[in-house]
Design a protein around this ligand. Structure first.
Ligand code: ATP
Ligand code: MG
Length: 436
């Protein structure tokens, strides 16, 4: 490379990768609030946090999510490690929770095991509003080897109750819950054949994607947003009418349990999940202000997944909330973050008074006040201007007189009221005036 070329390259501004974004203040305050709400609500339902790796063996996802799904076949970020094991950035975390459950013999713990996680996921999708290549999920899973169908239904309903509580506490309004059962390995294959046959009859009226899916994954046709296919989809056979007795019993019980809890829902026969491991109860929650990417949570039951990954027979139910979309919806509703306000701006003058400013700033911070101490000396007017811009409630003036007398001048910026106070009264005065 010529020197000129490398110079030009040095100067090129490096941008974040397509589909990946920075989350900046003050928005981060909203993220923290939402995540804190999840920590609190989930704890009240007896869930504990699990922290999982960001990357795993590719096979974990291929085996659990399904090699034929969009997520695994084209959306994963995969690379070979030095020993040539294929590794992937996680596109979701249920597989990892199940892997961890097996690896740490959690079947020996009191059942059910209730875990939640939060963090980034990675899928190479077409970026658009509410759809990113690095996005965030808050999810929870209940794993257990005990209980009958009726117990399962109660667990499903409690998990959904926890979700509605979370959305309510997070301040999200206008959410809708959609419910479906997608059967089990007994009844679903029979239904899929029925669906395939019905789709084959109308094949020439379908778009190319759906035509292809007749062979690869007919359930996904139900998910189609294509305008011309909507009337056709309405007339297709519906799985709820083809469930086996066990699936029907559980589905009926889940609905009863939701009604008992006063949770409203709409049944949606078109709700199929994009990941292979789901069975029976599936659900989705939508929120306003998101355009077509309006699903803020997807979830369902996945009995058998742990077994598929080499563990003991285990039932599972879980969900993943799309945090980015929750934030977008809150912003759309003008539920904007309230950042911690700055309490005190220290306007110090005279190099020799800097140590006194450091000392008092530390004292105030120890008392829990938010304090800005500028590193360089400033003219008084400029310092006050900055204090104002930063939204400080008080300016604390430290100059020769203050240091000599031990009496500090404090100015309330809202109305300009000034007071001279010793260090101890100063702390008490500022604390008393603290924003609630
Ligand atoms: P969608 O139909 O919106 O693609 P999905 O079925 O792929 O969703 P899941 O895999 O069930 O979604 O993930 C659960 C939630 O994670 C979704 O409801 C959504 O809120 C969020 N989510 C999924 N993919 C993305 C993405 N690329 N960017 C932002 N959020 C996402
Ligand atoms: Mg998707």
């Amino acid at each position: 490379m010529s020197e000129g070329a490398s110079k030009a390259q040095e100067k090129r501004k490096i941008q974040a990768i397509k589909g990946v974004r920075d989350i900046l203040p003050p928005e981060t305050a909203l993220w923290n609030r939402v995540e804190q709400t999840a920590h609190e609500v989930f704890a009240t339902y007896g869930f504990s946090e699990i922290r999982l790796p960001i990357f795993e063996e590719t096979e974990l996802f291929a085996r659990s999510i399904g090699a034929e799904t969009d997520v695994v076949s084209k959306e994963m970020y995969s690379f070979d490690d030095r020993d040539e094991t294929s590794i992937s950035l996680r596109p979701e975390a249920t597989a990892s929770v199940c892997r961890a459950y097996i690896q740490h013999n959690m079947q020996q713990l009191p059942q059910p095991v209730k875990l939640y996680y939060m963090g980034p996921m990675f899928r190479r999708e077409r970026p658009q509003k509410g759809r990113y290549r690095q996005f965030y999920q808050i999810g929870a899973e209940v794993l257990s080897h005990t209980g009958d169908l009726k117990d399962d239904a109660r667990v499903d309903a409690e998990v959904i109750e926890m979700l509605t509580t979370f959305f309510e506490k997070a301040g999200l309004e206008g959410t809708a819950l959609y419910l479906n059962s997608i059967g089990c390995k007994e009844c679903r294959p029979k239904y899929v054949e029925l669906l395939r046959a019905a789709l084959t009859k109308v094949k020439d009226k379908l778009g190319p994607d759906s035509q292809r899916r007749i062979e690869t994954n007919p359930l996904r046709v139900l998910d189609s947003k294509l305008e011309s296919e909507q009337a056709i989809i309405e007339k297709l056979p519906r799985i709820a009418e083809h469930l086996c007795p066990d699936c029907l019993e559980e589905y009926t019980e889940v609905k009863k349990q939701l009604a008992m809890r006063g949770i409203s829902y709409a049944q949606n026969f078109r709700l199929v999940r994009g990941l292979d491991y789901y069975m029976r109860t599936t659900f989705e929650i939508t929120a306003p202000g998101l355009g077509s990417q309006n699903a803020v949570c997807g979830g369902g039951r996945y009995d058998g997944l742990v077994e598929l990954l080499g563990g003991p027979p285990t039932k599972g139910i879980g969900f993943a909330i799309g945090t980015d979309r929750v934030i977008l919806s809150l912003q759309d509703m003008r539920k904007l973050p309230v950042e911690r306000a700055l309490d005190v701006y220290v306007a110090w003058m005279g190099e020799k008074n800097y140590p006194a400013a450091v000392k008092i700033a530390r004292r105030l911070r120890e008392a829990g006040l938010a304090v800005e101490l500028p590193p360089g000396e400033m003219k008084f007017g400029k310092a006050l201007g900055l204090a104002d811009k930063l939204g400080a409630r008080y300016a604390l003036i430290i100059g020769d007189d203050e240091v000599a007398s031990g009496q500090f001048t404090v100015k309330r910026l809202e109305d300009g009221e000034q007071k001279k106070l010793g260090e101890r009264e100063l702390v008490a005065y500022l604390k008393a005036g603290e924003a609630p």
